[in-house]
Design a protein around this ligand. Structure first.
Ligand code: FES
Length: 184
């Protein structure tokens, strides 16, 4: 179960989009507890993720505590609680990659971006996730950035990948500080 999810602030106009997506899902599915998962899935499909506001609105419509909806969404990995970043970084954690430094690559991205796996940077430029084998084991450790496969990813290569997107490389402490600023 994922804990302590911090939702990113909504973008301009996003609130309206969320309301429309929730309304649409509730027109398709009767507002009953049995339909909670189909409703959540439809909203996630429309928005690319499940914002906290959407879960609150769904909970109100189903006359159930928001914390219950939140609990269910955080329990199942099929639900994504952070918006997809403009650039999606997927670090392979399949056995071959894990054995030769996949974990190190993931931690390096986490430090550089100032987020944990499953999260999105406050500017929504990058999202970071771990994935299972992507079928390029001979290139391990592998990272897929958007649709591009990067092989033999060392910490230096992590910096190179981020720099290629114009991402200034900060130390972990600086990145964490910036994240804190963004959250306030
Ligand atoms: S285990 Fe990573 S590509 Fe196969």
């Amino acid at each position: 179960m994922r804990k302590g999810v911090v939702f990113l602030p909504l973008l301009q106009g996003e609130e309206e989009l969320i309301r429309k997506s929730v309304d649409k899902a509730l027109r398709k599915h009767e507002a009953t507890r049995e339909n909670l998962i189909p409703i959540l899935l439809q909203v996630q499909e429309a928005l690319g993720y499940l914002p906290g506001l959407a879960m609150e609105q769904i909970a109100a419509a189903l006359k159930m505590p928001a914390v219950e909806v939140y609990g269910l969404a955080t329990f199942y990995n099929q639900f994504r609680l952070h918006p997809p970043g403009k650039h999606q970084v997927k670090v392979c954690m399949g056995t071959a990659c894990y054995m030769v430094g996949g974990r190190i690559a993931l931690e390096c991205f986490e430090r550089r971006l100032g987020i944990k796996e499953g999260e999105t940077t406050p500017d929504r430029e990058f999202s970071l996730e771990r994935v299972a084998c992507v079928g390029c084991c001979t290139m391990a450790p592998v990272v897929v950035v958007d649709e591009h496969v990067e092989g033999k990813v060392t910490p230096t290569r992590v910096d190179g990948i981020l720099l290629s997107f114009g991402k200034a490389i900060a130390s972990g402490a600086e990145a964490a500080g910036k994240k804190g600023e963004g959250a306030s």
